[in-house]
Design a protein around this ligand. Structure first.
Ligand code: NAD
Length: 372
């Protein structure tokens, strides 16, 4: 089968959907891989390395005109126009973007959005949300450290002692847990909040303090369990108690890394303007939820802004700032996913009744298969 790897066109997207390592594996499985010239350049994968791995180098039209197209982001109108009707597309296609999915269906594509894979053990090796969020959590802490006018570790020097930075992490999913681990490695004192009770043990196992917002009703306790590993919107009373506690903790903190998300919904607002106002001058907030509206209403997408003496970092695509590793992991996720839609002869064989395939398949036969 012909597999196309076009260059990503979305502004700021530096990742690529296949690396020379995965191309070599596709070639060994008897696929013909067409890589657009320069597709891996922003992630430091050179054309020559792809060619040595067995790829044919081509232009955008050739890479997009294949039977199977692997992408990082959903194709734009120009890219869709270059794709064959009936072609298969796999990538991070945003399964909650109904208009985007409708456009893919209209282009006659069979499309797989890997973000929709269930959080089950068998899907771990193709879990793009985890592979990318992990890197985002790491990079968020480095960005904060870079922006912050002080150091993270406690340091005793002949000229005096420097205090360790205090870091608050809001949302202890994949990104949040990596942010905790990274901040700890840099020597900070870390505390973290999450709604899911399971997060407490994970936070503490990384040496951070759990910011406990006790449940006051059975309903709160039940909702906090989430569904499928994901959080659900908490009742207003719990959110108000959390906001009060978070505000108190943020006022003491130097760095806040916020990662709280609820699938398919706007990000919960956890850092109100009054909280930012109460923070120390020179503090830094990194809002990883900015793409979904932000955990802080003052953060701005893809910008660093100063509000009330606090720097707010609102970069929406942190994995793209570590494109070599982000692409390496993403490309392996795709390689694993393809095992579910191809057979040993290298032909397309979509396992329609497979739980993962079913969840990821967002369009087929001109129809969107997923409702909002
Ligand atoms: P996510 O990106 O959807 O959300 C980030 C975090 O925000 C979550 O931990 C969520 O509970 C938290 N959150 C939501 N509302 C909040 C609030 N008001 N205050 C504080 N925190 C809030 O989540 P994710 O990182 O994708 O991970 C979700 C879960 O899935 C985690 O438990 C993770 O361990 C689990 N997971 C399981 C597998 C697997 O079993 N295969 C793979 C990956 C992740």
């Amino acid at each position: 089968m012909q597999i196309g790897i076009p260059r990503e066109t979305l502004a700021g997207e530096t990742r690529v959907a296949a690396t020379p390592e995965t191309v070599k594996k596709y070639a060994a499985a008897k696929h013909t891989v067409i890589v657009e010239c320069g597709a891996g350049a922003a992630a430091h994968y050179e054309d020559e390395a792809y060619a040595q791995a067995g790829a044919t180098l081509g232009d955008a039209a050739q890479a997009l005109g294949t039977e199977l197209v692997l992408k990082v982001r959903a194709p734009n109108a120009e890219e869709r126009a270059r794709m064959q009707r009936g072609a298969v597309l796999a990538g991070m296609l945003d399964p909650y973007d109904q208009a985007g999915l409708a456009a893919l269906a209209e282009a006659g594509l069979t499309a797989f959005a890997l973000e929709a894979a269930p959080r089950i053990t068998r899907a771990q090796s193709l879990d793009v949300l985890s592979s990318q969020a992990n890197l985002a959590g790491y990079k968020a802490v480095l960005l904060a450290a870079n922006q912050y006018g002080r150091l993270f570790p406690m340091m005793m020097t002949a000229a005096g002692t420097l205090k360790a930075a205090r870091v608050v992490v809001l949302g202890a999913g994949v990104a949040g847990l990596q942010a905790i681990a990274t901040a700890k490695r840099l020597g900070a004192m870390v505390e973290a909040s999450d709604v899911r009770p399971a997060a407490k043990e994970q936070i503490e196992s990384l040496g951070a303090k759990f910011i406990d917002v006790p449940f006051e009703t059975d309903e709160e306790r039940e909702i906090a369990q989430g569904v499928g590993g994901y959080a659900r919107p908490m009742p207003a009373a719990w959110m108000a108690r959390q906001a009060a506690l978070v505000s108190q903790r943020c006022a003491q903190a130097d760095i806040v890394i916020s990662t709280a998300l609820i699938p398919g919904r706007p990000a919960p607002v956890l850092i109100a303007e009054e909280t930012v106002r109460a923070m120390k001058p020179g503090s830094v907030i990194v809002d990883l939820a900015v793409e979904r509206g932000g955990n802080c209403p003052l953060s701005e997408k893809d910008r660093i802004v100063q509000k009330h003496g606090v720097s707010l970092i609102g970069y929406s695509n942190l994995p793209a700032l570590v494109p070599t590793d982000a692409s390496a992991l993403y490309a392996r996720n795709l390689l694993d996913f393809l095992k579910l839609i191809t057979n040993a002869d290298g032909a397309l064989a979509i396992q329609q009744d497979d739980e993962i395939v079913k969840a990821c398949m967002v369009c087929a036969d001109g129809k969107v298969l997923r409702s909002a």
